[in-house]
Design a protein. Structure first.
Length: 398
């Protein structure tokens, strides 16, 4: 399995200028390719193939207007075209119904004001990790890296990223096969929420850390300082970086916490089942800020890839399953309930339920049923030995 390992970079001032030049050249190549395809489409000409765009890039580098493209590695320019081609393939697949999920818009032009700039060096670029721990990048230099952990294998590519806060990162693509974890006999259903981040079917409740809410005071102070600065001034740019750093710290803290929680759940359980929530729909309600602060999609995504990585089972149940309406003890559907009702008693069997724990248990039951049928279990009853009176029909029967 291919995974990405991210590490912090600390380029020198001259290396920052070289990386800025690389970001700009890759952006220009991407935009030139996009403009060429748009012009061909508007003129009714055939679709420009990947090879034709690559030939145009080679020709453009020989012209005075684009001669400065030769100041950066040719690999990152070809990778910019590869990104454009991938964006078009995804758009066409979405247009023809060959891609799952929401529809994808056509590629858009990149801007130097984008929050994230990135260039990718593949093995052809001959990047190298030096014995002293520095990362050698072609036409950039030897960049200092903070190695928080060792790479599990030789990287096949590295992407250099700069975020809105001005922080530089190296993202290595590595092949890793850690192998399955020791088997456990437990399975768990997870009900995600806002009062508690997660409620497990065994009764455990994980508190919602609310990282953005806790940082609101610092964020408010930084945003007020930004609003007072004159547009276009260097002081405004410094204030913008301070706001971005607060957001970056919130995102990093949330991501670290989600990784730890998802790893703990995967290690302790052989099978994990969660509800397929419509986060994009909930993100348009009055709870949007709290929903996005929780990070449900990131959490379930981590559970999914870690389950594949460590030999566990992870499944999503349908979002329209009435997990909060069905009694997990007797299976009777009690009907919908407002969010203010956190506990209820089943009218059929008299069992007292915690709303979230009951939903988690129903998620576990639904996940087990789907898993049994999907993994080869018999949906219909199997053959059984016939009793003597049923072995055949009587002679006088019509």
């Amino acid at each position: 399995m291919q995974l990405r390992d991210n590490y912090r970079l600390y380029p020198a001032p001259g290396q920052r200028q070289a990386l800025a030049r690389a970001f700009g050249c890759a952006r220009v190549v991407f935009n030139d390719g996009l403009r060429a395809r748009q012009d061909a489409h508007a003129a009714g000409l055939p679709y420009l193939t990947d090879g034709e765009l690559s030939s145009r890039l080679t020709t453009a580098k020989a012209t005075p207007e684009r001669a400065w493209l030769g100041e950066v590695s040719a690999v990152i320019l070809q990778q910019a075209l590869a990104d454009l081609n991938a964006a078009y393939r995804n758009f066409f697949a979405s247009l023809h119904g060959e891609r799952n999920g929401p529809g994808i818009a056509p590629p858009r032009f990149r801007s130097r004001k984008d929050r994230r700039q990135a260039v990718r060096f593949t093995a052809n670029a001959r990047f190298k990790i030096l014995p002293d721990g520095k990362l050698r990048l072609p036409k950039v230099g030897d960049v200092q890296v903070r190695w928080s952990r060792e790479l599990p294998s030789e990287p096949s590519s590295v992407t250099v990223i700069v975020d809105a806060a001005g922080r530089y990162f190296a993202s290595f693509v590595v092949n890793t096969e850690p192998g399955p974890l020791p088997e456990t006999g437990s399975a768990v259903g997870i009900d995600l929420g806002l009062t508690h981040f997660a409620v497990l079917s065994d009764g455990r409740k994980v508190a919602n850390p609310r990282f953005l809410r806790r940082a609101e005071r610092r964020l408010r102070k930084a945003q007020k300082a930004l609003s007072r600065k004159a547009r276009g001034s260097s002081n405004r740019d410094k204030a913008r970086v301070r706001v971005a750093r607060v957001h970056g710290r919130v995102a990093d803290t949330r991501r670290d916490w989600l990784h730890k929680e998802s790893t703990r759940v995967i290690r302790e359980n052989q099978a994990v089942y969660a509800e397929d929530l419509c986060v994009s729909g909930l993100g348009r309600t009055r709870l949007a800020k709290s929903v996005h602060d929780a990070g449900w999609s990131a959490f379930t995504g981590m559970l999914e890839y870690k389950a594949r990585l460590y030999g566990r089972t992870f499944r999503r149940i349908g979002r329209f399953e009435p997990t909060s309406q069905v009694c997990s003890a007797c299976g009777v559907k009690d009907g919908p309930k407002p969010l203010s009702v956190r506990a209820w008693t089943c009218a059929a069997c008299g069992t007292m339920h915690d709303r979230d724990v009951n939903a988690a248990r129903n998620i576990l039951a639904a996940g087990r049923a789907d898993s049994l049928n999907a993994c080869g279990g018999d949906v219909r009853p199997g053959r059984a030995l016939a009793v003597a009176s049923e072995a055949g029909s009587r002679r006088g029967a019509a």
